[in-house]
Design a protein around this ligand. Structure first.
Ligand code: FES
Length: 168
């Protein structure tokens, strides 16, 4: 269970006055609509870019609904994200060919270089790391995609150089 009332990070939109004003406005404008919680979460995703645990707690409190209900909606629909996305996206293909070709070693190396596991964004907000399915370049396995650029036959010792593109 998430406990969002305590220890809200200072970087969370709920803790930033301008962002909090946007959240309050969304709550105010939509609170009486049918399906209001879903509408509000959608608006938050669109205008803030994600729905953090603290934002979920804030919505639950203001709408007087159980936190689990809000959390359930956010976890059920894949278009909701709970963290800010980075400036860049690094995707590791985990399709069969890439897996067999050593994608897991690349992911391990990436954790060392960027400091985050797949599904997360680096502390400096530069890169979001993700796992993806086959990107259709199996003959080039293992494949890493940085933003729109595909890199094939990536070896762990070459990864750091590729990841530099996602660090500035
Ligand atoms: S499995 Fe990675 S490109 Fe096909």
């Amino acid at each position: 269970m998430i406990n969002v009332q305590d220890n809200i990070p200072t970087t969370d939109p709920v803790a930033i006055p301008e962002k909090r004003a946007v959240i309050d406005q969304i709550l105010e404008e939509n609170r009486n609509l049918p399906g209001s919680v879903m509408v509000i979460l959608n608006e938050l995703q669109a205008k803030i870019g994600f729905v953090s645990p603290a934002m979920q707690g804030y919505v639950a409190k203001k709408m007087r609904v159980p936190l689990q209900q809000v959390h359930g909606v956010v976890s059920f629909y894949s278009f909701f994200t709970t963290e800010a996305r980075g400036k860049h996206t690094v995707k590791f293909c985990m399709g069969t060919a890439c897996y067999v070709g050593g994608a897991d070693q690349l992911i391990e190396k990436s954790k060392q270089v960027l400091g985050v596991a797949p599904g997360h964004t680096t502390a400096d907000g530069m890169a979001t790391v993700e796992i993806c399915r086959c990107v259709g370049a199996c003959s080039q396995a293992p494949v890493v995609v940085v933003d729109e650029e595909m890199h094939g036959r990536v070896r762990p010792n070459k990864l750091q150089q590729i990841l530099r593109k996602a660090q500035s």
